[in-house]
Design a binder for this molecule. Structure first.
Ligand code: SAM
Ligand code: DTB
Ligand code: SF4
Length: 344
């Protein structure tokens, strides 16, 4: 074990050559034990932000932000019971369910996103997982959106290995599948699929050669320990996700979490900082909830190491921060938008 509670245990992929017992112990050890992640959360805010900003500068240009645009390609009528979601058929959120969009409609929206400055186009479907009969249309969407010169991302629920491979073969760059929260709190939010189902899908995606976008939601009534647990789960994926969306709950009337009070913005920013420190080369996306957050909290989140946002007036079924407000904020912060990659 490391003696510094703020440093990760030497991971199993270290170049050191321990004896076999030690090697086994190292392999069993998580890169970021929960106690080390909790210790980061406990730091004085200024110390935590300083450390996160240092990490951020080591790996990224601190003044460039990447823009991703979302499109709901199949809305509502979902069989799952995720307590935060407007699209679950278990709740009455007043949403009209739709069919899978035509490929042309998706490509038209992607073209508009590209014109507006997006680097990545993320297509989301309200499914437990895609039925095989939709795979030809989905792969066609990937091919055509990619041909526009955009990075492609899809979030379609659970994937079988063969489906992941088909999407990879079509050119899908990223697959978004969130852990949402830590394993202990998970059962309070979703009962129709288990944590291991999510980990299995992430493995299928990784094995197919697609990059992973995986994060969670804050403000669902979880404790700090649960937030630390979520970050530890993400940081201990081997390798950790290339993209980490951190959503603030958008409370939706009619869902079980519709009345949830907002999370303290300081705690939200702390979580971003801990994600940056524990996953130094990941894109950390300040995702849902920006409209409710205000400029000051967003500016702090960028200082804490967030370097991507969803850009465009809509998320999936709710309003996003409006693009003219985003342009104004980024201008006041002197931030550029464009392609972001970790320094080699
Ligand atoms: N059905 C697929 C799934 O669940 O994997 C893909 C779409 S689902 C809407 C994608 C993610 O959006 C969820 O995992 C959750 O993290 C996030 N999300 C959904 N509703 C939200 C809300 N009201 N507030 C914040 N994040 C939300
Ligand atoms: C993610 O982590 N957040 C996005 C994206 N991945 C698919 C979705 C946010 C949805 C917010 C609520 C809504 O608009 O329905
Ligand atoms: Fe369905 Fe995804 Fe919403 Fe859960 S988060 S209810 S799986 S659309």
């Amino acid at each position: 074990m490391s003696t510094n509670p703020f440093s990760p245990v030497v991971p199993a992929r270290s170049s050191a050559k321990p004896n076999s017992a030690a090697r086994e112990a190292l392999a069993a050890a998580a890169a970021w034990p929960l106690v080390a992640v909790e210790a980061l959360f406990e730091l004085p805010f200024n110390d935590l932000l300083h450390r996160a900003q240092q990490t951020h500068r080591e790996h990224f240009d601190p003044n460039t932000i990447q823009l991703s645009t979302l499109l709901s390609i199949k809305t509502g009528g979902c069989s799952e019971d995720c307590a935060y979601c407007s699209q679950s058929s278990h709740y009455e959120a007043g949403l009209k369910a739709g069919k899978l969009l035509e490929v042309d409609e998706v490509v038209q929206a992607a073209r508009a996103a590209k014109r507006a400055g997006a680097e990545r186009f993320c297509m989301g479907a309200a499914w437990r997982g895609p039925h095989d009969r939709y795979m030809p249309a989905l792969t066609q969407m990937v091919r055509e959106v990619k041909a526009l010169g955009l990075e492609t991302c899809m979030t379609l629920g659970m994937l079988e290995p063969a489906q992941a491979q088909e999407l990879h073969n079509a050119g899908l760059d990223y697959y978004n599948h969130n852990l949402d929260t830590d394993p202990e709190f998970y059962g309070k939010i979703i009962t129709t699929r288990i944590y291991q189902d999510r980990l299995d899908t992430l493995r299928h995606v990784r094995d197919a050669g697609i990059k992973i976008c995986c994060g969670g939601i804050l403000g669902m009534g979880e404790t700090r320990r649960h937030r630390a647990g979520l970050i530890a789960q993400l940081a201990n994926l081997d390798p950790y996700p290339e993209s980490v969306p951190i959503n603030q709950l958008v409370p939706i009337e009619g869902t079980p979490l519709g009345d949830m009070p907002p999370l303290d913005p300081i705690e939200f920013v702390r979580t971003i900082a801990v994600a940056r420190i524990t996953m130094p080369r990941a894109m950390i996306r300040l995702s849902a909830g920006r409209q409710q957050m205000g400029d000051a909290a967003q500016a702090l989140a960028f200082l804490a190491g967030a370097n991507s946002i969803f850009y465009g007036d809509r998320l999936l079924t709710t309003d996003n921060a409006q693009t003219d407000e985003d342009n104004d904020l980024l201008c006041r912060l002197g931030m550029r938008t464009g392609s972001v990659a970790p320094k080699s």
